[in-house]
Design a protein around this ligand. Structure first.
Ligand code: HEM
Length: 487
């Protein structure tokens, strides 16, 4: 076959038509970016066309509006014969006029990419929930080794289970808390932790394999490749961080000191924070891509978000996001110190809103004298709970002002999202207080943890609704005009 073509199913007709209407020639250097494959259907369509040999890139033109010509890409190929305009219907006047205008384009961002990122972030959300349940059911220390490859399979034979159980029985938790559990109970906590680790591995595969595909198959505009690689590295780092956290709960000094066999609250907070950041990184990349596409479709949006009221509100939303994140981190310290089991009342803590200073700032947590304040904040359950309360209520109050401020904004979706964010904040605080009053029951505590991620998601969507065009937008516009000039 004389033609080397690579075209994906549905885009075929659009591609051919669009190319005929507005031929967009690529330079030799650009053409190598696209991998040729052979599709009989397109080959048949093109075999009737006779022009000098040229390298063509057929862009995928969205047909929704005359100005929305973004997302080139998956339909690019090297065409050995080229395409004759002679066989094509004459281009409509409006189309040829628009080809010479600066119709913006996003080169080589496949439409599937943001949806895949949404899928991955949903998986991270699921893993965060499983992780919370693993901690709450006290299953997290049941696997005492880290075997990234061989650990994929759980023990099968009786001998394998016995060996696994034996290792657990020698761990601090096995000695101090679970010396009398039977094999059935051991299997329950084992499977919980194994499921959490397996989900992490699945995320790794589901992220890394498509990333490699997208990076090799498309020329993604900057900074998307960098972001994908950072997120990929983040997933690997998160796995290592998880094991580093578990290791802190397997330290034999716990038995010697007769302390509580649990993981370090510092490492737990690091693990949870990293998971949330990964989640937000995926979400923000996907939202950013779709947002840029909207700017290209509807450039009027740019002037809307340039209003000073929108700018100020954007600052407020970013502050809200940071406050919620910080509250979640202090929540991880509450969870890590089992601080939800003291002062199970609200709004009081003992006789007043603030517990006695002697309890908030205990000398026993200080090692050098000068570290008394921060060590109490991060190691004393009473202080950790107090900090979480104060921060949570401040964050809540701030979030509740957003719908009132947003009333003056001209963007309807933003106003709606502020209401949704306020609703999520009310739910989250209600869940937090209930978790405390009922002495941390597993379902409430798990919902409270998931609620913090839901709240962050609302804020991320809210920030997306007033997000500025990303750095790649001017780059994309430049690129598009260069391509048109060369053509
Ligand atoms: C904006 C509001 C809030 C956010 C974002 C938030 C976030 C969090 C997070 C992320 C955790 C860690 C969960 C885990 O790792 O399992 C947590 C734990 C906790 N939070 Fe909140 N929280 C908020 C409000 C509150 C309020 C108002 C209270 C009650 C006064 C509260 C009480 C607790 C308790 C008792 C825990 C420990 C639960 C456990 O041991 O699993 N939270 N919070």
């Amino acid at each position: 076959m004389s033609l080397g073509v690579g075209v994906k199913g549905l885009g075929l007709i659009t591609c051919v038509r669009s190319q005929l209407v507005r031929p967009t020639l690529t330079t030799q250097s650009q053409a190598h970016l696209f991998r040729p494959t052979t599709t009989p259907l397109i080959a048949r369509s093109l075999s009737t066309i006779k022009t000098p040999q040229q390298n063509f890139r057929l862009p995928f033109f969205s047909s929704t509006s005359s100005s929305s010509t973004y997302f080139y890409p998956s339909h690019s190929f090297r065409c050995s014969r080229g395409i004759a305009t002679a066989t094509a219907p004459p281009p409509p006047a409006s189309a040829s006029a628009s080809s010479s205008t600066s119709t913006p384009a996003i080169p080589v961002i496949p439409r599937s990419l943001p949806y895949w990122l949404y899928g991955c972030s949903a998986l991270v959300f699921g893993i965060i929930v499983i992780g919370g349940l693993t901690r709450l059911t006290e299953s997290g220390l049941s696997i005492v080794e880290w075997q990234p490859i061989t650990g994929i399979l759980p023990p099968v034979t009786k001998e394998e289970w016995d060996a696994e159980w034996e290792k657990y029985r020698l761990s601090p938790e096995g000695i101090m808390m679970n010396a009398n559990i039977d094999m059935h109970e051991f299997k329950k906590i084992f499977y919980m932790e194994w499921g959490h680790r397996l989900a992490g591995r699945a995320l790794g595969l589901l992220f890394v394999m498509p990333t490699v595909y997208y990076l090799t198959r498309y020329k993604l505009p900057r900074p998307i490749p960098m972001k994908l690689m950072l997120i990929g590295l983040g997933i690997g780092f998160q796995g290592a961080l998880g094991w580093w956290m578990v290791k802190s709960g397997l330290d034999q000094s716990i038995v010697i000191d007769n302390s509580v066999p649990r993981v370090s609250q510092y490492r737990l907070a690091a693990h949870l924070s990293a998971a949330i950041l990964l989640y937000l990184g995926m979400l923000s990349t996907a939202i950013g891509i779709q947002r840029d596409a909207r700017f290209i479709k509807n450039p009027a949006l740019v002037s809307e978000i340039a209003l000073s009221s929108v700018k100020k509100f954007r600052g407020m939303v970013h502050t809200a996001g940071m406050l919620v994140f910080l509250t979640a981190v202090t929540g991880a310290f509450v969870a890590g110190l089992d601080a939800g089991l003291v002062y199970n009342e609200f709004p009081y803590m003992g006789d007043g809103f603030v517990p006695p200073t002697s309890e908030l700032l205990e000398d026993k947590y200080s090692r050098t004298g000068s570290d008394k304040v921060w060590r109490n904040m991060l190691e004393n359950p009473v202080t950790a709970q107090f900090d979480h309360r104060v921060l949570a209520i401040s964050t809540f109050t701030f979030l509740m002002t957003l719908p009132f401020v947003a009333r003056r904004l001209p963007i309807k979706s933003t106003r709606r999202l502020t209401n949704l964010t306020a609703a999520a904040a009310i739910t989250q605080v209600t869940l937090g207080i209930s978790t405390l009053l009922y002495l941390v029951p597993i379902p409430l505590a798990a919902m409270h943890q998931a609620g913090s991620v839901v709240l962050l998601t609302c804020i991320m969507a809210l920030a997306g609704s007033i997000r500025r065009p990303s750095r790649m937008l001017p780059h994309l516009r430049n690129l598009k005009s260069k391509v048109i000039t060369k053509a």
